[in-house]
Design a protein around this ligand. Structure first.
Ligand code: FRU
Length: 474
């Protein structure tokens, strides 16, 4: 760690301490979702289990809730996903190869310590264009014995080391070990504006060789951010956040998307990709990252936000913006990924109501709720306070945001052949809808004036649990 790095870390600590009490009086602070203590956050980084704790690092702009300014790595730890500690910032932009931001990356747990791979962002001054030459996108490595402070940092790859067909947009290393070797995927944009994933291999975790490129036969977006590659219940999955995929009916409704391809064959050699499926159909979910928990579960966390969206959250004026989705457990059912909230969250359930409805029925809500609905007909209407309506009819499930925050968003649509189950995780300013045991998911921020009643119309039943807050030690 250099001196600039140390000073920057201290400065962030002071800013957090000064602003926290004001920020925590915001009624939209989340109860059971991670959020930045102050300022802006985006992607989850470096997810892992290390030395008895889950580690969630994150893209953090502590000085600017509007997302401007250089990005740091913030850090939370938890032994159980319920009790969290806010740790000091882990990485600050302070080396020649990361001066304008320590961008996204991932963790590799090794016997020598925690290896954290990230992208060092450098903005070149002068006569450069943003796409082709304006950035240094450096792949770098920080090594940490305790996972709390970086003991060393080094540059591994820079623009000149990447394949010649690429622009300067090459970022977001995801690293894993397989069969005694190490692999890394990097997201890239070619000079022809095609999104690609570069596959690298290493024997020593430090020297990396480009061995393959994963892409589609037809161009699918101009840039693939935040790639991930893992085996889920026997199926190889390539996950990514593509940019530049145009809206197609009820698909790709947001400015950018995220989702996955099943990969058949060998990611190191010959392969084909199956159809792309979006991992989330709400307004706010991007740049998810997965990791394997010690019990073998594949867990994903996504950023509850969207880059370059044409709206801003009302929390920005109170000094903070964005949050993380709840951790979700993933499974492959032979055709698609199912995503459901991790079972640990059920410990936050406190008290419940049961409702059976044939026609209309209402039930009281607390500030946080876990609502499990069984639907028995081809129509359902759920009203959540004055903030959201969920309408299921004509094989479409429509999430309508009706809050008066001036947030300016209307609806998102999922095509659902038969709605049997709908689970809603409702937080003060976040909604996560899990459709038919996680076949589809819709994640959105919402800003109700009141959310003290839920009204059902249709045929079915529901169990409505109150949700307690997670513990967060700052
Ligand atoms: C995705 C992303 C990444 C980048 C990071 C910068 O949201 O654009 O590609 O590393 O955010 O904060």
């Amino acid at each position: 760690m250099n001196a600039l790095n140390r000073d920057l870390c201290k400065l962030v600590g002071r800013v957090e301490a000064a602003d926290l009490s004001k920020i925590n009086s915001d009624p939209y602070r989340l109860k059971f979702h991670l959020m930045p203590p102050v300022g802006w956050m985006n992607d989850p980084n470096g997810l892992c289990w290390y030395h008895g704790n889950y580690h969630v690092y994150f893209q953090y702009r502590p000085f600017s809730p509007d997302g401007s300014g250089n990005v740091f790595w913030g850090h939370w730890t938890s032994p159980d996903f319920l009790n969290w500690t806010q740790q000091p910032v882990f990485l600050c932009p302070s080396d020649t190869w990361d001066l304008h931001g320590v961008y996204s990356g991932s963790a590799l747990v090794t016997e020598e310590g925690l290896y954290l791979y990230y992208t060092g962002n450098v903005k070149y001054q002068g006569d450069h264009d943003y796409i082709h030459t304006g950035r240094g996108h450096n792949t770098a490595l920080a090594i940490s014995k305790d996972g709390i402070k970086a003991d060393s940092n080094q540059l591994l790859l820079e623009n000149k080391d990447y394949p010649d067909n690429l622009t300067c947009h090459v970022r977001d290393p995801k690293v894993w070990e397989e069969d005694g070797r190490f692999y890394m995927v990097l997201g890239a944009r070619t000079k022809e504006d095609r999104g690609e994933i570069l596959v690298y291999e290493s024997e020593d975790k430090v020297n990396w060789n480009h061995i393959n490129t994963i892409t589609t036969p037809h161009v699918f977006g101009y840039m693939w951010e935040c790639p991930d590659l893992f085996v889920l219940d026997g199926q190889c999955i390539v996950a990514l956040s593509p940019q530049g995929v145009s809206q197609d009916g009820n698909h790709y409704q947001n400015v950018y998307s995220c989702g996955y391809f099943p990969l058949y064959g060998d990611f190191r050699g010959e392969y084909t990709l199956g159809a792309f499926t979006e991992s989330d159909l709400g307004f706010d979910y991007y740049a998810p990252q997965t990791f394997e928990a010690p019990d073998g579960r594949r867990i994903v966390i996504g950023w509850m936000g969207m880059p370059d969206a044409d709206y801003t959250n009302p929390t920005e004026k109170n000094g903070w913006q964005h949050g993380m989705s709840v951790p979700r457990e993933l499974h492959w059912n032979g055709e698609q990924i199912l995503a459901t909230p991790i079972k640990e969250l059920e410990a936050l359930r406190s008290g419940m109501h049961q409702v059976t409805f044939s026609g209309e029925e209402k039930c009281a809500l607390e500030e946080g709720a876990d609502i499990c609905i069984e639907n028995k007909s081809n129509q359902l209407h759920v009203q959540l306070g004055d903030g959201a309506e969920i309408v299921y009819e004509n094989n479409l499930l429509i999430l309508k945001l009706t809050d008066k925050s001036g947030y300016g968003r209307t609806e998102r649509v999922a095509e659902v052949k038969a709605l049997q189950k709908l689970r809603i995780l409702m937080d003060t300013s976040a909604l996560e809808l899990f459709i038919n045991d996680g076949q589809q998911v819709m994640t959105s921020r919402w800003y109700p004036d009141h959310a003290d009643t839920i009204a059902f119309r249709g045929e079915g039943s529901a169990v409505v649990y109150n949700m307690d807050a997670m513990e967060m030690i700052y």
